[in-house]
Design a protein around this ligand. Structure first.
Ligand SMILES: [Zn+2]
Length: 73
């Protein structure tokens, strides 16, 4: 006896669907793993991004203020 044979939706490789297999039921073990890299790659941008965001917000506030003053006069 064995486990049901499934075809991986990513690489079309056949694999045994074991009850304890981590990841997606329609992906082979090799294609279930790679997504662990993503959070680490996304993190370093954060501090820089927040600073850039502040500058954008400040510029937007200034532009808004200029717009309001122009409307009044
Ligand atoms: Zn695969």
């Amino acid at each position: 006896m064995g486990f049901p044979i499934k075809t991986c939706v990513v690489c079309s490789e056949e694999f045994e669907l074991r009850p304890d297999k981590p990841g997606f039921a329609n992906r082979c073990p090799a294609c279930s793993a790679p997504e662990a890299e993503e959070p680490a790659a996304a993190q370093p941008v954060d501090a820089f991004d927040r600073k850039a965001q502040n500058e954008v917000n400040a510029a937007r506030r200034k532009a808004m203020r200029d717009l309001l003053y122009r409307k009044e006069s």
